[in-house]
Design a protein around this ligand. Structure first.
Ligand code: ATP
Ligand code: MG
Length: 428
């Protein structure tokens, strides 16, 4: 029989990779918690209409990429293609925003888009999503952008660039839209097919077409920044001032857009020079119109999403050697010794150490090889004579030095083992 394989565009995250995912999640949780963000866990399926309204029919995500099906009750259901819409639905449904209050929320989990799979682009992928709902202050924009920058740099990433733009308010964009259509229409025949289609439906999106000819044409297009009202310009100036105050470097990119009516003011992306074609690791922006678009009260909001597959690709390049997390490897041979090993492994874990026990019953030589590969700094050895005398051998794997200790004394070396492990892992 042929075996069954994972669906195209989906991947198993295998045990050797999960430490990296856990490290990202733990770092994010810590940074977000200390900035007063709270975790929320919305469902992965929603009514299709939520995304049609919340992302917009004219986008690729809704128009071409959604996993939509009819359930047994004849309802149209969609696997979430991103996290913001469901999260905003939840906030409205549970009335989480009191008049004048703010909600700072985060969520991490899978999202689904029917796209052509390639490095950094999958059909089931993961996003870390952060939203600040209820504040229109430029400081709120700076706060969420700073969180993304802090997270990525804390994880050790370098060669990142932050692009920012302002798409203004609805009427700024209306005036710009007309100017853009006037500029693009004479070039219509030279635009790629998608962009020709967008010219009527969603012309701002033509600006971020990946087609080379279209890119060359839009180089000379009018700039959105020339169409900002005084208020919009002031907001954008203040966001930039805040970023400078926080020493966060950025560059203006007038072609960075979010194409829908409820996106307002700040749009931003963080790219990595090390990611090739799928360079954007974080995308976000302000969406002051979305909460009301989804039936809630007029509420300003801003947020971002980091694609975790792209983030792990970057971090793997940094960590050529996967971090091994074991402190102690316990080897044993003979009935009494094996029973003693079970208890010693357990007792050592109680002290806070990470301990792996060899279960093979194989010759000591084979067990020692596995001890070396485990990444542990110390090996505990139990044979018949140690089991008889209530002792154990403690071997330091880096030097080969070995001592015999009572089993009680062995437990007292836990602090020394931990300190050695930390020193070896962090290096000089
Ligand atoms: P792109 O232009 O690369 O398709 P996007 O504009 O569709 O990105 P967003 O909707 O802003 O992306 O999603 C935020 C982040 O989620 C992206 O910056 C990216 O890191 C990640 N992402 C989006 N689609 C995928 C996918 N199919 N596979 C893996 N990661 C993805
Ligand atoms: Mg996309």
């Amino acid at each position: 029989m042929t075996s069954i394989q994972a669906l195209r565009g989906t991947r198993d995250i295998l045990p050797e990779e999960t430490p990296l995912w856990q490290q990202i999640e733990a770092t994010a949780r810590d940074i977000l918690q200390r900035a007063a963000y709270r975790e929320i866990r919305p469902p992965m399926i929603e009514q299709t209409e939520l995304f049609a309204r919340g992302i917009g029919e004219a986008t690729d995500v809704v128009g071409k990429e959604m996993y939509t099906f009819t359930d047994r009750g004849e309802r149209s259901i969609t696997l979430r293609p991103e996290i913001t819409a469901g999260l905003v639905r939840s906030v409205i449904e549970h009335k989480l925003i009191a008049q004048g209050g703010v909600q700072r929320l985060w969520h991490v989990g899978p999202a689904f888009r029917y796209e052509r799979p390639q490095a950094g682009r999958q059909r089931q992928f993961h996003q870390l999503d952060v939203e600040l709902i209820g504040s229109g202050a430029p400081r709120a924009d700076a706060e969420v952008i700073a969180l993304a920058a802090t997270l990525l740099t804390t994880l050790g990433l370098k060669s990142l660039t932050l692009d920012i733009n302002s798409v203004g308010n609805g009427s700024d964009r209306q005036r710009y839209r007309e100017a853009l259509i006037a500029f693009l229409t004479p070039h219509r025949a030279d635009l790629d097919a998608d962009s020709q289609d967008r010219l009527e439906r969603n012309p701002l999106r033509v600006l971020d077409s990946k087609d080379a000819t279209t890119q060359a044409i839009v180089q000379d297009a009018p700039s959105l920044l020339d169409y900002l009202s005084e208020d919009s310009q002031r907001h954008f100036d203040q966001v930039q001032q805040c970023l400078s105050d926080l020493d966060i470097p950025y560059q203006l990119n007038p072609r960075l857009v979010r194409g829908l009516d409820y996106y307002t003011h700040t749009a931003f992306e963080i790219q990595s020079a090390d990611l090739g074609a799928q360079a954007t690791v974080c995308g976000g922006g302000r969406y002051d119109g979305l909460v009301s678009q989804l039936g809630g009260p007029e509420t300003p909001a801003i947020g971002w999403a980091i694609g975790l597959e792209r983030l792990t690709l970057l971090l793997k390049q940094l960590q050529t050697q996967a971090s091994k997390l074991m402190d102690v490897y316990v080897v044993s041979r003979g009935d009494a010794a094996e029973r003693a090993a079970l208890r010693i492994a357990q007792d050592l874990r109680q002290t806070g150490l990470a301990v792996e026990m060899d279960l093979s019953g194989a010759a000591f030589g084979k067990q020692f090889k596995r001890a070396d590969r485990s990444g542990a700094v110390a090996c505990v050895i139990l044979g018949d004579s140690e089991a008889d005398q209530g002792t154990a051998q403690l071997k330091w794997l880096a030097t080969g030095e070995q001592v015999e200790l009572s089993q009680a004394a062995l437990l007292e070396t836990a602090d020394q083992i931990k300190a050695t492990a930390i020193a070896l892992r962090t290096g000089p």
